[in-house]
Design a protein around this ligand. Structure first.
Ligand code: GLN
Ligand code: ZN
Length: 767
């Protein structure tokens, strides 16, 4: 019985990689410095797993930015516009765009990795796409591990997931047609990997957790048949995670690979399905029993049942134990929270981060093999005690909250009047110009802002000093927005570290880590709160800064809230009650906040739901149930206001085309949405569906340091207004500006206001 870890976090316990990468971007450190830091991080990761005794340790789970971008580079799938660049410069240009040395290229698209909050770079394909083995990253990492005495198991993204996650950038072909082109390059790669004496190669095909067409299934068959015919000694581990194999199970069982991995945390039923058939043959079954997506300790009793079941049927040699998916999605190490007073020890005993999960795997193995040594047994007893204490803990259960959720009525999720009525009332009340301009909420979080917040948290800056500082930043930002003549202002969110953490910190039922960083995209990390108990709001959370900002300007300032689905989605969520119940609890807390903002005189309130889409189950048959409760939760939070109060929502970095009807059901008066990287592609859906409410398609890609020109923005707006009624169009960036610097922000927003002015000149007689 071998132990396997599908992948490990890579940004560093203290976000070393993030810091190094950003220094490199600023030219503060050299490429060599960055490489050195990266290799030190890999070494530490490998040693940690080796020390715990893990058998199959990954290499190539490290990435300077993203593993999908890595496979693009490896396979030579590099869009034409980056061909004048090379090496790391090219790599980061693909991720972030590039504007220097007379070159000006836009970044590749970025979107969410399945149902996680991790973002990957979307591969781009053209009709005559060619591929070539273009990088030795994988080989180098195998060698690097070997030099430390570790025979690693490299991990790569499989060809079907690679192709299906990408996009055709030209009409007239289907990306699956490129399979024949790409397979020979995989072959070359596999031969290279084999030469290194690698025993097992992990090929990730999480696309198997989604609905696949007949043609896509055939492509899988073809690819793996092809792989099986390559003369190599290396054995293939095929992995799928985040959901069941579902309809693809039979196919997966028949693929000619030596090991099949299943995620039994997300889908334990499939174990029975697999064991029922004899299709597994002499394949090894790798059981992902330790949750790579959440931070709760394992339930040893439950896991052992599953393991024993598999063992009984297959024998211990044919069963492996490991993580459900890569540990990329959980923080490094709970030990770092030793001095974290915020994280109660009662809660801490229920938690396991990456390092602790390694230990769990090892103990589970010993228990499964009946090695009842003292350590394993005491671990087992501790585990059982902790899990039992969670069921009855007074920290978790709040009857008042539960009663409120039980008493929710359908009318609690409906505005007073329908949109057409509200729109008229709002036009009268707000008197905004055509093509109103606004931003999404945050303004640059400069070093000074972050340092002052950090000092405040450490007690080195007093509450008064901190408030004065935030007030000054807010005021400056309001004045800047007035100066460039934006129509609807924001306060800038300087008091917020993160759009979820800020709310979680003020809500009951949440806990926080000090070092619980998880990669979100590239160098960007988030520290998801832990929702351990029933959620309630002891007092207003945002009224102070919103009403301050409103009090110093005649223009409208949007109240700025994070929606219930996003708070849920970007937190580590309880696994002891349905997500829908937790979501309704949060919705009620936000609803109270919305009411308080309205009472304080705020006329426009934005409730961000960027994570709505990523909460979608991977299989279509499960969508409706999710959308029903998620949309309803948003509406519970938004529907408490008068008709004249304008509710905005904001979404970003997902494909929204397929849930457009549900987005319409949210019934927000205005939605601002990401579209600029995909050149308004998204708007087609809004048009086909005749989206009834107002919409601000993002015209400035804020995930890139590029400054869009006025012409560029106008081009996008022209496109938008050829598709939508001009009277319904807002002009805004894609997302919040917190990651940008002031100079680029200023220029870009000035350009944005000017293009709105130009649009108004063009379209004077509408509405
Ligand atoms: N209001 C948030 C901000 O501007 C929205 C961020 C997001 O959508 N991810 O930062
Ligand atoms: Zn956004």
């Amino acid at each position: 019985m071998k132990t396997i870890v599908l992948g490990y976090p890579r940004v560093g316990e203290k976000r070393e990689l993030k810091k190094a990468t950003e220094s490199y971007w600023k030219n503060d450190i050299s490429e060599d410095d960055l490489s050195l830091i990266a290799s030190q991080l890999r070494k530490k990761t490998w040693r940690t797993q080796q020390d715990q005794g893990i058998d199959l340790i990954s290499s190539n789970d490290f990435s300077m930015y993203d593993q999908v971008l890595d496979i693009c580079i490896t396979l030579g799938c590099i869009p034409e516009r980056f061909k004048n660049l090379n090496g790391l410069e090219q790599y980061f240009a693909m991720a972030r765009g590039y504007q220097a040395n007379g070159i000006d290229v836009t970044a590749m698209e970025m979107t969410k990795w399945f149902d996680t909050n991790y973002h990957y770079i979307v591969p781009e394909f053209v009709k005559n796409q060619t591929f070539n083995l273009n990088s030795d990253k994988i080989i180098n990492e195998i060698k690097e591990a070997l030099s430390l005495g570790i025979s690693s198991k490299p991990v790569i993204i499989g060809p079907i997931t690679f192709l299906l996650l990408g996009k055709e950038k030209e009409e007239g072909f289907n990306r699956l047609e490129l399979l024949d082109e790409v397979l020979p390059v995989y072959q070359e790669l596999l031969l290279e990997i084999d030469k290194q004496g690698v025993e097992y190669l992990q090929i990730d095909e999480p696309i198997l957790a989604t609905d696949l067409s007949f043609q896509e299934q055939q492509a899988l068959k073809k690819a793996y048949k092809y792989f099986s015919e390559i003369k190599v000694d290396v054995k293939y581990i095929l992995t799928n995670y985040f959901d069941c194999y579902g309809e693809n199970l039979e196919l997966a069982l028949q693929l000619p690979v030596q090991v099949l991995h299943i995620d039994v945390v997300r889908c334990s039923m499939q174990l029975d399905d697999i064991l029922k058939t004899n299709l597994i043959g002499d394949k090894i079954l790798s059981l992902g029993v330790v949750d790579g997506r959440n931070i709760w300790i394992n339930d040893f009793e439950k896991s052992l049942q599953l393991i024993k079941k598999a063992q009984a049927k297959l024998g211990e040699d044919q069963v492996w134990l490991g993580t459900s998916c890569s540990l990329l999605h959980v923080p490094y190490n709970l030990e770092l929270e030793e001095h974290n007073a915020q994280l109660k020890s009662e809660v801490k005993q229920w938690l396991a981060f990456a390092k602790q999960k390694l230990q769990e795997i090892m103990v589970l193995k010993q228990l499964a093999l009946n090695e009842k040594n003292d350590t394993a047994m005491s671990f087992f007893v501790k585990n059982k005690k902790a899990n039992n204490s969670r069921k009855v803990s007074a920290l978790i259960h709040n009857n008042v909250v539960n009663r409120r959720v039980d008493n929710l009525k359908p009318t609690d999720s409906e505005r007073v009047s329908q949109f057409s009525v509200r729109q008229q009332l709002q036009r009268k009340a707000l008197k905004l110009p055509l093509f109103p301009t606004t931003t999404i909420g945050s303004f640059p979080q400069t070093k000074e802002v972050r340092q002052t917040r950090a000092k405040f948290k450490k007690g080195q800056v007093s509450q008064d000093e901190y408030d004065a500082f935030i007030q000054k930043e807010t005021e400056d930002t309001i004045r800047f927005q007035e100066k460039i003549d934006l129509d609807v202002l924001v306060h800038g969110e300087f008091e917020r570290n993160d759009m979820v953490e800020y709310f979680g910190e003020q809500l009951e039922g949440f806990s926080f880590t000090k070092f619980g960083w998880v990669q979100s995209y590239g160098s960007r990390c988030v520290k998801p709160p832990i929702i351990f108990g029933d959620v309630s709001r002891p007092k207003p959370m945002t009224v102070k800064w919103s009403s301050y900002a409103q009090s110093i300007t005649k223009k409208y300032v949007k109240g700025m809230l994070t929606g219930p689905v996003t708070i849920l989605q970007w937190s580590f969520v309880r696994n002891d009650q349905p997500r829908s119940v937790t979501c309704n609890q949060i919705a009620l807390a936000i609803r109270d906040e919305v009411r308080d903002l309205e009472d304080a005189g705020v006329k426009i309130i934005q409730i961000d739901e960027p994570a709505l889409r990523e909460g979608l189950p991977l299989r279509k048959e499960d969508w409706k149930a999710y959308l029903d409760w998620a949309i309803n939760a948003f509406k519970i939070s938004a529907s408490v206001v008068k008709d004249e109060t304008q509710i905005h929502t904001h979404m970003c970095y997902s494909e929204f085309n397929d849930i457009i009807e549900s987005i319409a059901q949210m019934d927000a008066d205005v939605i601002t949405i990401e579209t600029s990287r995909s050149e308004m592609e998204l708007l087609k859906a809004f048009v086909d569906f005749k989206y009834p409410n107002e919409i601000g398609p993002g015209v400035y890609d804020i995930h890139s340091p590029r400054v869009p020109s006025q012409e560029e923005i106008e081009y996008l707006l022209d496109k938008a207004s050829s598709l939508l009624p001009s009277g319904n169009i807002w002009v805004n960036p894609d997302c919040g500006l917190k990651t940008r610097d002031w100079p680029e922000t200023k220029t870009a927003l000035k350009n944005l206001v000017q293009s709105a002015n130009r649009m108004r000149e063009k379209v004077t007689n509408v509405v």
